[in-house]
Design a protein around this ligand. Structure first.
Ligand code: DAS
Length: 382
């Protein structure tokens, strides 16, 4: 006769094991491919309770691109493949995490708008940050403007859960397409506890890079994303992340709560060059720009005449102008642009496209020129 106490202990152990063991479901019997839907309506093709839950937000780009030629790395169709196909193309990601997919958009990244950015940020905050069952987010994106979206999400998603932005330089139909492995590495980092409290990151080509500083340095090659002065945050070896530093925040980073933001005011970027004309500045303002970023020559340089026009627009129209640099690296310090007759604002280490995102977020919060200047000043050396 088994003593009652041993029987109860065995029963309790069995109950614990059955509840703790992975409830690995086969694919949905009705052919939908989904076996689990969470409280936010996100569908999963597996639900293994020993694995973290990740959501992939797809926006289009080359990673979802296709072409009839297996050697084409240009001229293909961006955003031709949906999020479910991206997930199904990398079954080994299901050894790492339970994965849901959201099709936020399906465009080449040159067509990503600030409305899409607002929607994407609010989706991630709602479906990942606010859901305790979710571990992290991955955003698949075209590479051309990926750094702008990455900067925007780094500024507006601040719950400490990993947000990984990933693209590809070759379409999914190309020989040795980089998208599938980039996506696997991104899901792996998003599922890693070591990736927490590091803000948004870009994971591509075995590199883990800062969303705040990283830029696309080469129009064509797979190793294009770099922050050449700041370096990488980590590396992927055999799909295992190694971080070079403990979690840190970039100098100058400002967090934004955009839960009540409906739109981002227009900010235009003007490129500086020999013989540049002042009317480009007035045309931008007359066309509705509420802020201007200058991709200046060297450390924010513009012609003498253009500088006078800038001071007129700043003083007479109250339009903030950020002086950034057309060089890929380096800094625009305030000492190189300031004057006594207007509030000149230097971008510091932020390039023009990232400065434009930051200025847009500040204007959306109706920041005045003094607040804008003090925020950018956090990014400069002097
Ligand atoms: N198709 C371009 C884009 O969407 C390039 C790319 O994704 O790599 O940005």
């Amino acid at each position: 006769m088994v003593p009652i106490k041993s029987f109860l202990v065995a029963l309790a152990t069995l109950a614990w094991q059955s509840s703790a063991s992975p409830l690995l479901y086969s694919r949905g019997a009705n052919g939908t491919g989904f076996v689990f839907t969470n409280a936010n309506g996100l569908n999963f093709t597996q639900m293994n309770h020993t694995l973290p839950n990740i959501t992939i937000f797809a926006t289009g780009g080359t990673i979802a691109g296709s072409d009839s030629s297996s050697t084409a790395t240009t001229g293909y169709t961006s955003g031709a493949v949906g999020v479910r196909a991206l997930i199904d193309a990398v079954p080994s990601m299901l050894d790492i995490a339970n994965v849901a997919g959201v099709q936020t958009a399906n465009v080449g990244s040159e067509d990503i708008t600030s409305d899409i950015l607002i929607s994407l940020s609010k989706q991630i905050n709602k479906l990942v940050c606010d859901d305790s069952t979710m571990a992290g987010a991955v955003v698949t994106h075209g590479t051309d403007t990926l750094e702008e979206t990455a900067f925007f999400l780094d500024a507006t998603v601040n719950c400490g859960k990993p947000v990984i932005i990933v693209g590809a330089m070759r379409p999914s139909t190309a020989i040795s397409a980089d998208g599938p492995f980039n996506l696997l590495e991104s899901v792996t980092v998003a599922a890693s506890t070591k990736a927490k409290n590091r803000g948004a990151m870009i994971v591509m080509n075995d590199r883990i890079a800062s969303a705040y500083y990283t830029t696309k340095t080469n129009a064509n090659t797979m190793d294009t994303f770099k922050a050449m002065e700041m370096g990488f945050l980590g590396e992927m070896i055999s799909n295992t992340p190694f971080f070079f530093y403990p979690p840190v925040q970039p100098t100058g980073k400002k967090d934004f709560d955009i839960s009540n933001v409906k739109e981002i005011p227009r900010v235009d970027i003007l490129f500086s060059y020999e013989d540049m004309h002042n009317d480009t500045l007035y045309n931008a303002v007359e066309s509705g720009a509420k802020g201007i970023v200058i991709a200046g020559a060297g450390a924010g340089g513009v012609t003498t005449s253009f500088n006078y026009a800038m001071e007129d627009v700043i003083n007479r129209l109250g339009i903030p102008i950020i002086q950034s640099m057309r060089t890929v690296n380096g800094e625009v310090p305030l000492s190189d642009v300031e004057s006594n007759s207007a509030t000149h604002i230097a971008s510091g280490y932020l390039n023009p496209q990232k400065s434009r995102i930051l200025l847009g977020l500040l204007l959306a919060k109706s920041s005045n020129i003094t607040e804008i200047a003090s925020t950018f000043a956090l990014n400069t050396n002097a």
